[in-house]
Design a protein around this ligand. Structure first.
Ligand code: NAD
Length: 297
């Protein structure tokens, strides 16, 4: 039987509607409009699309948002000075540094400059630590979106074996932390696989939930999936395909056509995890605005 396709776009639309309602009530209560600044360095075309979409999502909600763009050769100290100014600016509740940065820049040092209360991506070491301690803090958007997909779809995580493939700080590690946390969308038994893992197929065969975040087109084979398992495909890979309109198309890290024949539920690429990321960024920006304003309603 073919798997249920998890419609990330529809779920993201619902999340955004909820964020809009919560934000409107927050603005009415406090008079504070949430504000997000996105910093971008260099000319990476994919990053340019992402930052425009992030700003647009804020403007659609009636929030304050600006893109601060720097040339690739900008100095580390100039970007640091900008972050310090934004840390002190009361109109700004979220500061997002679009990654990747040009090679000459020290990414970690810049992320650590962002005031943790304004770190909407949840990449500051203080927020990474809070996530692992189960304390309230901004949580990285893509992992939070993945957990939300699971809870919105009614997929039980408690007591289940979740295999996360990929150990990046942006996706793999925070997803694993979330699935491990106590409570709804957590309580899973989590195993994190990576490029040095022995017998990945054997491991995936045991998983009730597979989160593939490795950045390798269609690497996870349908034959590895346990019948009825839930498959969350985080990968976004462009592969050439002469029959596609642009000569290329997007695929995930999972061999979708084969996996959907075995899985119980599966996310498509595009239209699965992707739309959730910006929805959760809006959620995080509102949460930061609420915490910075001392709003407890
Ligand atoms: P990354 O390159 O930082 O990390 C990839 C991880 O996969 C590494 O930990 C590596 O050990 C592991 N890996 C690589 N090859 C492997 C193999 N053969 N077997 C097992 N593990 C292997 O990537 P990332 O930033 O975590 O992103 C992963 C994918 O998710 C990419 O395709 C990226 O484009 C996508 N992504 C999507 C969204 C979204 O919004 N949908 C957001 C972030 C990243």
């Amino acid at each position: 039987m073919s798997a249920r396709i998890i419609d990330g776009k529809a779920i993201a639309d619902r999340v955004r509607a909820q964020v809009r309602a919560d934000a409107d009530a927050f603005i009415a209560r406090t008079g504070v409009t949430p504000g997000l600044i996105v910093l971008i360095v260099g000319e990476n075309p994919a990053s340019q699309v992402y930052v425009r979409n992030k700003r647009k999502a804020c403007l659609d909600l009636g929030w304050y948002s600006e893109i601060r763009a720097f040339p690739a050769e900008v100095s580390q100290s100039e970007v640091e000075a900008q972050i310090e100014a934004l840390n002190a600016d009361p109109r700004v509740h979220g500061i997002l540094l679009q990654l990747p940065l040009p090679r000459h820049m020290d990414e970690q040092a810049l992320l650590e400059r962002i005031r943790p209360e304004k770190d909407v991506d949840g990449f500051h070491p203080v927020n990474v630590g809070k996530l692992s301690l189960g304390l309230p803090a901004p949580i990285p958007c893509t992992p939070l979106g993945i957990q939300r997909l699971l809870t919105e779809e009614g997929i039980e995580t408690r007591g289940r074996l979740a295999v996360v493939i990929g150990r990046s700080n942006i996706v793999g590690k925070p997803v694993a932390q979330l699935l491990l946390r106590k409570g709804a969308g957590g309580d899973a038994t989590v195993c994190v696989a990576h490029s040095r893992t022995a017998d990945l197929p054997g491991l995936v065969r045991q998983a009730d939930i597979v989160v593939a975040a490795m950045g390798q087109p269609e690497f996870v084979k349908g034959a590895w999936i346990k019948p009825g398992a839930t498959v969350i495909d985080v990968g976004i890979n462009r592969i050439s395909d002469p029959s596609a309109p642009k000569g290329s198309r997007l695929v995930g890290d999972v061999e979708f056509a084969a996996a959907r024949e075995v899985a119980g539920a599966i996310t498509p690429v595009p239209g699965g995890v992707g739309p959730m990321t910006i929805a959760m960024l809006m959620h995080n920006t509102l949460e930061c605005a609420r915490r910075l304003s001392g709003d407890s309603a």
